[in-house]
Design a protein around this ligand. Structure first.
Ligand SMILES: Nc1nc2c([nH]c(=O)n2[C@H]2C[C@H](O)[C@@H](COP(=O)(O)OP(=O)(O)OP(=O)(O)O)O2)c(=O)[nH]1
Length: 152
């Protein structure tokens, strides 16, 4: 007989995949969102740029690599901000959100994403579920009341 593990228990026990996420903030306090490229899950949804850690990488190393690969910039220091676990049907992810205030190079959307500098409330839509808590943290930091983004 197989153990009594139900599908939902198995799902909640999935080992999370670590993801490094960059919250780029410019001199005006705007933050950068990019759209997920065609061919990825949640294609077209807006998110903070980033990606999965490769073996042996720190969060900061992964973030530096991903932002170079995906949007063409070289970041300065990555300041760890918050860590969030998200359960999606496709994966369980541990999102390491880092604030980034300095970078060099010109933005180049190498995966043909779109980019948008945003403030609250966010105007682009739809926003990836794993991005929504970040908007709430910004709202709390900035004393912003009301909806942080538009629902689909
Ligand atoms: N980059 C990013 N990913 C997020 C955010 N919120 C959120 O739930 N995620 C999830 C979506 C994905 O399941 C995962 C990131 O994986 P990904 O597929 O974009 O990473 P990657 O660039 O390494 O992709 P790949 O090479 O495996 O195709 O994290 C966010 O704000 N930014």
């Amino acid at each position: 007989m197989r153990g009594g593990i139900t599908v939902s228990e198995a799902t909640s026990e999935r080992t999370p995949v670590d993801v490094a996420v960059g919250v780029l903030i410019d001199a005006k306090g705007r933050f950068l969102l990019t759209s997920r490229p065609e061919g990825k899950v949640y294609a077209g949804y807006w998110e903070f740029p980033g990606g999965k850690l490769e073996a042996g990488e720190t969060v900061e190393e992964a973030l530096r690599r991903e932002l170079r690969e995906e949007i063409g910039i070289t970041i300065g220091a990555a300041h760890p901000w918050k860590v969030e676990l998200m359960d999606y049907p496709h994966a369980r992810v541990r999102l390491h959100f880092c604030k980034v205030f300095e970078w060099t190079g010109a933005f180049e959307m190498r995966e043909r994403q779109a980019m948008a500098w945003q403030t609250l409330p966010v105007e682009v839509t739809p926003v990836l579920p794993g991005t929504i808590p970040v908007l709430r943290w910004f709202a709390d930091e900035r004393g912003f009341a009301g909806a942080t983004h538009r629902e689909l």
